[in-house]
Design a protein around this ligand. Structure first.
Ligand code: PEP
Ligand code: MN
Length: 343
């Protein structure tokens, strides 16, 4: 089920607008520039879930009027974030066209359920951002709660995860949305490159990565005067910058016909199968070590031996141009499983 928010030129679902509604002037000016570019869906947060209490928490319901103006004067669809049932009621009463659940909301099943209950019977597209923590099941669960409330038109929004370990503001952890897409192939998946990037210079790079991964669209934070923005000033771009970003996106030809790609894919499949074979051999040896240790009353965990193995692997990885953090994570998982095999 599509949102029907296609951005005509690129066949993308494109949603753009400021992080927050701040003034009628800012809303009208930003929307006017975006509508001239052909953007059809305008976003603006009016209730802002902020980590710290003294940050700007949004203009509240008066922002709904400004969005009604955007709808009336530019014929754009409007989108706001809802974080409780009162927000849902106010947004529906104001005729807002699209609602979204923010990352902090998706993290909390009680609130998602409250929103799903408030939405029952409302025929409105809902966007569900990934939860702040990298828990795919929470994201899937939120979508399921909305589906159970008969919401037909759901889109997943990937905005990255607040786990650190990345030079972006939010770690994209692309494998999580890719797995979501595998589990829910009929739910469109769009990317919010602004909250992943955290810096305006990086928004285009993240957007391109999403397009290369065949995402169905983008939700981008755009402000007529980003330097003056009351929230997320560093990551917002101007409408003119959005235009350039869109122009520079490279769309690939349909991949399935591509022979070169299928040769690479075959190689990957072969290597995956070798990896599994090698892991199986490693686990068999771990079991044998376990038996030997039991017979000779030697303790299972010998940290100094593990430190040595890990350091050796990291040195080898660095020499082979493999990211040492990545290698360390893999070795930790393998080590954990080896210990289980020895118990
Ligand atoms: C937002 O879209 O402005 C927002 C608050 O996003 P998130 O829920 O992804 O932090
Ligand atoms: Mn924001």
């Amino acid at each position: 089920m599509h949102l029907n928010l296609q951005f005509t030129i690129y066949n993308l679902q494109l949603i753009a607008g400021p992080c927050s509604a701040e003034s009628e002037n800012q809303i009208v000016e930003t929307a006017s520039q975006l509508s001239k570019m052909g953007v059809e869906v305008f976003r603006a947060g009016i209730w802002k879930p902020r980590t710290h209490p003294n940050s700007f928490e949004g203009v509240g319901e008066k922002g709904l009027k400004w969005l009604q103006t955007v709808k009336r004067d530019f014929g754009m669809k409007t989108a706001v974030e809802v974080a409780n049932s009162a927000h849902v009621e106010a947004a529906l009463n104001a005729g807002i066209d699209v609602l979204w659940l923010g990352a902090r909301t998706t993290t909390n099943p009680f609130v998602v359920q409250e929103i799903a209950d408030a939405l029952k019977g409302a025929n409105i597209p809902i966007l569900v951002k990934n939860p702040v923590i990298p828990d795919l099941e929470l994201w899937l669960g939120a979508i399921e709660r909305l589906q159970n409330a008969d919401i037909q038109n759901i889109t997943a929004v990937h905005r990255g995860f607040g786990t650190g370990g990345s030079h972006y503001r939010n770690n994209p952890q692309w494998h999580i949305p890719i797995e979501l897409k595998r589990r829910l192939p009929n739910i469109p998946l769009i990317c919010d490159p602004s909250h992943i990037a955290g810096k305006k210079e990086l928004v285009g790079i993240v957007a391109q990565q999403a397009i290369s991964l065949n995402y169905n669209g983008l939700m981008v934070e755009v402000h007529c005067n980003p330097a003056q923005a009351a929230s997320d000033a560093e990551q917002q771009i101007t409408p003119a910058e959005l235009k350039i970003l869109l122009k520079n996106l490279v769309f690939s030809e349909e991949n399935s016909q591509n022979e070169i790609l299928s040769i690479f894919r075959q190689k990957i499949d072969d290597l995956d199968s070798s990896l599994i074979e090698i892991l199986s051999q490693r686990m068999n040896i771990a079991q044998k070590i376990g038996e030997y240790k039991r017979e000779n009353a030697i303790s299972v965990l010998q940290s100094s031996r593990y430190d040595e193995v890990l350091q050796k692997c990291i040195n080898q990885a660095v020499a082979k141009n493999i990211n040492p953090d990545f290698l360390k994570k893999i070795m930790e998982i393998i080590h954990e499983e080896s210990i289980k095999q020895q118990l």
